[in-house]
Design a protein around this ligand. Sequence first.
Ligand code: FNR
Length: 347
Amino acid sequence: MSDILFQPYRLNKALELNNRILMAPLTRCMADDNLVPTDDMVAYYARRADAGLIISEATIIRPDGQGYPNTPGLFTDAQIQGWKKVTAAVQRAGGKIFAQLWHTGRVAHPYFFGGEDVLAPSAEKVEGTVPRRRELTYVTPKPATLNDIQQLVQDYAQAAANAIEAGFDGVEIHGANGYLIDQFLHHDSNKRSDEYGGSPENMSRFALEVTDAIAASIGWEKTALRISPGAYFNMQGDARDRQVFDYLLNELQNRDLAYLHIGIFDDSMEFDYLGGRASQYVRSRYHKTLVGVGGFTADSASQAIDAGEFDLVAIGRPFIANPDYISKVRNQQDLVTYTDDMLATLV
Ligand code: FNR
């Protein structure tokens, strides 16, 4: 393994990372019933503060963004105060942390927010039931009106401002994995015929409006984005999605994100319409800081970074299994293998 992973990396004027390993965003469903981070979550994140950057578990921007039990929020004062404890503990230990901002769109469930409407680009429902709450069947969403969309953009920007108030070093917009922003970007979920659908420019509009509104609120150097050009989760791929992401990546190339992050579970997956792996596709069109993820070990990640495939790596499941992942890798110690039963406790 080369030592590239342990070289510092300057994201921009405001932020330098101590190493090139990010802790991937990992939903744990352990916030309290008011969606406030708990003291156990404070300790969990602080134990991982030696990552170059922690990306928080996905955190909902408003009540109707919730699709899983006990996922934290960033829309009430109590939630902001709860996150302050997390960010302070991470920073006290020398780390940095971004908040991942989330709205689940059509995979939200009214059960969680006591509401009626689930908002999405179009009335295209997901078949199936909510993980961890299998008795809840997904509902047909209501297509967001232009007013709904404007309000969503404002609410993303407000949640980003709340994240900064809570002490986060920045935010990562969750534009990946089949959730609201991604639903606008894929033909499977976006059947609109207004200015938010039908063409690559229109389908990219919501993602770019959210990104620009957040950057206007907290600054580009604190604004990052995660995207999934390959549909793989709660979403069917469509060859036409390629043009949408070609357009989006070109627009992003002209902006100054802190970084762009690929959303995928396994980067060895190939997508016909992308001409290969998601990371190869994004790298060929985006030449600023790129974060790769999905099934990497420290060895394979350092090779990929050496080869210029991406600049930083995010590590997910191994970080759940090994709170001391960074020191173990640095000292070439054996890692504990991740298993799904580890999700039951916050170690
Ligand atoms: C995830 N992943 C994820 N992604 C995201 O953008 N926001 C999230 O909140 C979550 N939550 C989450 C929970 C759990 C339990 C897993 C296993 C995964 C995806 C994650 O960030 C990452 O892309 C994948 O885990 C692939 O990386 P590893 O685990 O192979 O290193």
